[in-house]
Write a protein of this length. Structure first.
Length: 224
């Protein structure tokens, strides 16, 4: 990445962080250099691995439509120190790392398990975790078909950006979650009703991403 490209990326990340709600903004500002490093790694690898679409492979688009949305989820995680151990996060369909890697970059008290079915994307996630010193494990599997359900869990939070099957994924993962766990689903308003019904969660709230018309995070809980 050239110095000019790096400056542009840094400015884009700064704008995304500045637009976050107060608590998420303060935490993300401390982690801003690592967030910039993550996006730089993703942009560098994207031509070979296709981690994000061509339209999103731009510092401004990546920071606005991907990084900002991911960091908005900080508001719905358990507070730091809520439990006397590392919190555990399960991310389904991790792709290039959104939303899990930005969340883990900011919240170093969380241990992640990222599930991705494409081997090349898994390799990128592993390299990124090493470069950024993140506490995470990457599982090359299609959830739930080839995921080792009996050898992992329980988790405090589930995250996913799966669009059409988000509710079904959450329902399939219920046995992997602590009783007080919550699921964060990055989705759009028209898909919320179906996702709630398919998940069989007993509590649900949709939180629109600021500045967008339809994107948001559906927070699901009470799965037992």
């Amino acid at each position: 990445m050239t110095a000019r490209s790096g400056d542009r990326l840094g400015a884009a990340v700064s704008r995304a962080v500045a637009a976050l709600p107060a608590a998420a903004r303060e935490a993300s500002e401390v982690a801003r250099p690592a967030l910039e490093s993550y996006l730089a790694l993703l942009l560098e690898a994207n031509a070979a691995v296709n981690l994000v679409s061509a339209r999103s492979a731009d510092p401004d688009a990546l920071s606005t439509a991907h990084l900002f949305d991911a960091l908005f989820g900080l508001s719905f995680l358990l507070a730091q120190g809520a439990k006397p151990r590392l919190l555990r996060l399960l991310d389904l369909g991790s792709g290039g790392g959104f939303p899990a890697i930005p969340l883990l970059v900011v919240r170093r008290d969380i241990e992640g398990t990222l599930v991705e079915s494409v081997r090349k994307k898994c390799d990128f996630l592993v390299r990124t975790a090493e470069r950024l010193a993140l506490t995470l494990h990457v599982t090359n599997a299609r959830f739930p078909d080839s995921f080792p359900m009996q050898s992992t869990g329980p988790f405090d939070v589930l995250t996913t950006r799966a669009v059409g099957s988000a509710g079904e994924l959450v329902r399939a993962a219920r046995l992997l979650l602590f009783p007080d766990a919550r699921a964060l689903v990055w989705t759009t308003a028209p898909l919320v009703k179906d996702a709630i019904r398919e998940s069989r969660a007993r509590s649900a709230a949709f939180h629109p991403v600021p500045g967008t018309e339809r994107r948001g995070i559906l927070v699901l809980g009470r799965f037992t």
